[in-house]
Design a protein around this ligand. Structure first.
Ligand code: SF4
Length: 457
């Protein structure tokens, strides 16, 4: 299940971090829209918390909720959690042996083995399991060493941020660094870690860098310490760069906006449409692709769609019904931008094909488009994600079952092209050996099955 996480540590008791966490979570809302929560600490042994299903501005709409979250440090999380799991909203809280709160973005692959270690406690979620393991390690170890120990025993991919009852904060990224985690600061006033640098920006801090895979940061009232616990073996999630992250973020040393502009350029080079009259990008992820495609080919850029209401990501909404509603809500086509024209329609990804089919049919039949040539800014999506990103099972993925020509026919396009895998890695400027490309290739850096231990690359 996808998540966005943030932790802020103030070095003065005068700070009230709940409001900053709220703003940070608003900037991470695109990473999960089903639940959210904040836990804060004033270093007095209490952990103040509020968490609920809903969007950040709904769950924290009352000023008194934020005021009750006392303290100069805290963590927060948004998740795309399926409805049946709503009882397990993050941050996870574990009372003993040591009190900890934890936000977790990722997937544990050896749950069964690890659950045995925390008996008789029965964790209700992977976040709670991780929190319980950490709490036990804390009995005997410094938080930095406790986390280093977990890096050896927990198989999986994760970024996490933890608050202890003693008023310390710990952040860590697994040795593969599949999930992003960035760090920033506001002078010597506070430090921040967040899934994406856009959250560091909105709270007024300066983005510093990514946490390296296998790196741990520790904050207490005196200092910030770091430890490279395990040698980095990067397998950065390529899908973050194509689709999941916000274009104003930097992740894995790369600007998401620049990468998306490069993708658009490569789409234009790989399969340009001759004599097209206009390029239209599907909001919002595909807009930079379309801009770059237009720049590269000289085909004028148009504004084809306006989003209705809230920003809804149809691909990460959990139920089929909501997905359909999401599609309808998402795009309102502008008829005058497309009537009678030969159009290049640039999209960010095609998953089941239903959204693209609906869009193409709407454009042709109701908006009067003459020709529609679909160009997709991600490679063929052929396999699911074993690491928590909601990609549907293989039998539902249109690219896993049909050739590009057949997909074009199914969605009703005059021509159809996916970005090549090579085009993607070139655009990101990150070597293939340092990326997870699992959902585009079916090859995963860590075996997806429970208990998988070694490198499958
Ligand atoms: S399988 Fe796909 S979505 Fe999952 S981590 Fe790898 S690239 Fe990202």
């Amino acid at each position: 299940v996808g998540s966005g996480i943030i932790g802020i540590y103030g070095f003065s008791r005068l700070w009230k971090m709940a409001r900053f966490l709220y703003y940070g979570l608003m900037a991470l809302q695109h990473r999960g829209q089903e639940t959210c929560g904040i836990v804060t600490s004033a270093g007095n042994g209490n952990l103040y918390h509020h968490k609920a299903p809903g969007l950040v501005d709904q769950v924290f709409s009352e000023p008194k909720i934020i005021e009750a979250l006392k303290g100069w440090m805290g963590i927060g999380c948004v998740t795309a959690m399926p409805e049946k799991e709503l009882g397990k909203i993050q941050p996870a809280l574990v009372e003993g042996p040591q009190k900890v709160a934890l936000c977790f973005d990722g997937k544990i692959l050896n749950v069964k083995e690890l659950t045995g270690r925390v008996k008789p406690f029965v964790p209700q979620s992977e976040a709670e399991l991780f929190a319980a393991l950490f709490s036990r390690e804390l009995e005997e170890k410094h938080p930095l060493d406790a986390m280093a120990e977990l890096m050896k025993t927990v198989k999986g991919v994760y970024s996490t941020v933890i608050l202890t009852g003693k008023g310390e904060m710990v952040a860590a990224r697994d040795p593969r660094g599949v999930k992003p985690l960035t760090i920033g600061s506001f002078g010597f006033d506070y430090g921040v870690v967040a899934s994406e640098s856009c959250a560091v920006d909105v709270i007024g801090a300066d983005f510093k860098s990514d946490l390296k895979p296998g790196e741990i940061y520790y904050f207490d009232s005196q200092s910030i310490k770091r430890k490279q616990a395990v040698k980095p073996q990067p397998s950065y999630c390529a899908f973050e760069h194509v689709y999941l992250a916000r274009p104003d973020s930097w992740i894995n040393g790369s600007s998401v906006y620049n990468a998306r502009m490069e993708i658009g350029k490569r789409l234009a080079k790989e399969n340009p449409v001759r004599d097209a009259e206009v390029v239209l990008g599907v909001p919002e992820t595909a807009i930079p692709f379309a801009v770059a495609y237009s720049n590269e080919t000289g085909t004028p850029l148009g504004l084809g769609f306006v989003q209705t209401g809230r920003r809804v990501r149809s691909a990460i909404k959990p139920t089929q019904f909501e997905r359909l509603v999401g599609v309808q809500l998402k795009l309102n086509p502008i008829k005058t931008a497309m009537a009678g024209k030969k159009i290049v329609l640039v999209d960010d990804s095609v998953v089941r094909g239903t959204t693209t089919k609906n869009t193409v049919s709407l454009m042709r039949n109701r908006m009067g488009a003459k020709e529609i040539h679909v160009r997709v800014g991600s490679p063929r999506l052929v396999a699911s994600c074993p690491y928590g990103t909601e990609v549907p099972p293989e039998d539902e993925l249109i690219a896993a079952n049909l050739t590009p020509g057949e997909v074009g026919k199914v969605v009703g396009a005059d021509s159809f092209h996916w970005l090549s895998l090579r085009g993607l890695t070139d655009a990101l400027g990150i070597p293939k050996s340092r990326l997870c490309l699992g959902c585009f290739s079916g090859k995963y850096p860590l075996p997806p099955e429970e208990g998988g231990a070694d490198d499958g690359r």
